[in-house]
Design a binder for this molecule. Structure first.
Ligand SMILES: [Zn+2]
Length: 81
């Protein structure tokens, strides 16, 4: 499936060096790693931020109601009463 000789996964210009697989050099390996870390920070930052903005409201509702896991359902239920 994988060709014996493919291009470096980072620069996609030079062939892969066996000692630095799947990269062509240590430089590309490090650059890819740093890109991964930067990506990880960005990806991890967004959901956490969205979750923390969403969290306080359901948390308070859940705490006030005591036994309702869904805040929307809780509000609806409360409206019915
Ligand atoms: Zn490369």
């Amino acid at each position: 499936m994988t060709p014996a000789r493919s291009l470096c996964v980072y620069c996609r210009e030079r062939p892969i060096e066996p000692s630095w697989r799947p990269f062509c050099s240590e430089r590309c390996r490090l650059l890819d790693l740093s890109r991964w870390l930067a990506d990880d920070y960005r990806v991890a930052g967004e959901p956490v931020d969205a979750d923390s903005t969403d969290s306080p409201d359901p948390g308070q509702t859940h705490d006030a109601d005591g036994n309702t896991p869904n805040s929307r359902y809780a509000r609806h239920n409360h409206d019915h009463r």
